[in-house]
Design a protein around this ligand. Structure first.
Ligand code: 8IG
Length: 269
């Protein structure tokens, strides 16, 4: 089931060429990956130039989770060319890490210098009610899964760009920052696992983003990470977690998220 791609960079170049052909846009400037709860925000980003199923492009697998649309859209945001991935591949789908980061590598090959990685996640700070967006300041790669091969030593000290975070906080000074701890999933955490995350400094828990951020950095892109807290982490409310509440929180926050992303893309040089 886990098929490493022989040459991921050439697979990404092939996908980027297919996107250029399909959109009529030679190169894109900014990539945005929309995770759980974020897809309803897509329509506020700008003018849609083209949209098609991700599976029309080489290397993209069909989505397997509800709420992950599996589409690619090219948006014109006041002249900035934005490549939007509506949905992503997760490690828990069993397609391997190359499939997980294919969108990010493709975006880099398409010319994007900036990538915005969004996700829905659980929050450990009780002040983050469902529907609260949080800037990712750093991550904990709990399982050590990496898209890098061989002795590829890459600096991670400013992985989630302080420069990009400060641009977002100029738009919305009320945004908090968090440390994103990645679990493989697809099961949510146990209360004991959440206690562990708290002890080691994590404040957000999710199942994505980490490998994409690493691959983006390898490709020389600047990374912004944005989490939408859709639920308090396991054991914090006395209620079980449900995927439906995740989708509902996204729908409720869509306008705020879409406006934030749209303002952000327009402030990039
Ligand atoms: I949305 O509470 C969403 N994704 N691991 N834990 C993990 N992933 C999530 C959660 C959560 N909520």
């Amino acid at each position: 089931m886990i098929e490493p791609i022989d040459d991921p960079q050439s697979a990404a170049r092939e996908a980027a060429a297919a996107i250029a052909e399909r959109t009529g846009v030679d190169g894109h400037d900014i990539a945005i990956v929309l995770g759980s709860g974020w897809v309803p925000a897509a329509d506020l980003l700008g003018t849609t130039v083209a949209e098609f199923p991700a599976t029309d492009i080489p290397g993209f697998a069909p989505p397997s989770a509800v709420g992950h649309a599996g589409r690619i859209r090219s948006v014109d945001a006041d002249g900035r060319r934005v490549l939007v991935f509506l949905g992503r591949t997760h490690l828990y789908e069993g397609r391997g890490v190359d499939a997980v980061v294919h969108a990010v590598r493709t975006a880099a090959a398409a010319g994007c210098r900036t990538v915005v990685l969004t996700n829905g996640c659980g929050g450990l700070d009780p002040s983050w009610s469902p529907g609260t967006p949080v800037l990712i300041r750093d991550h904990l790669n709990l399982f050590g899964v990496t898209p890098l091969r061989g002795a590829t030593f890459i600096d991670m000290t400013d992985l989630y760009s302080a420069r990009l975070r400060s641009i977002v906080r100029e738009i919305d000074p009320s945004l908090d920052e968090g440390v994103y701890a990645q679990f493989l999933g697809p099961q949510y955490e146990t209360p004991a696992e959440i206690a562990m995350v708290r002890a080691i400094g994590g404040t957000l828990v999710g199942m994505s983003t980490v490998q994409e951020a690493i691959a983006a950095r390898e490709a020389g892109m600047e990374v912004l990470g944005l989490s939408l807290v859709t639920n308090l982490a396991a054991g914090m409310t006395g209620e079980p977690l449900s995927h439906e509440e995740v989708l509902a929180a996204g729908n409720a926050a869509a306008e705020r998220m879409g406006t934030l992303l749209a303002d952000f893309t327009r402030r990039l040089d």
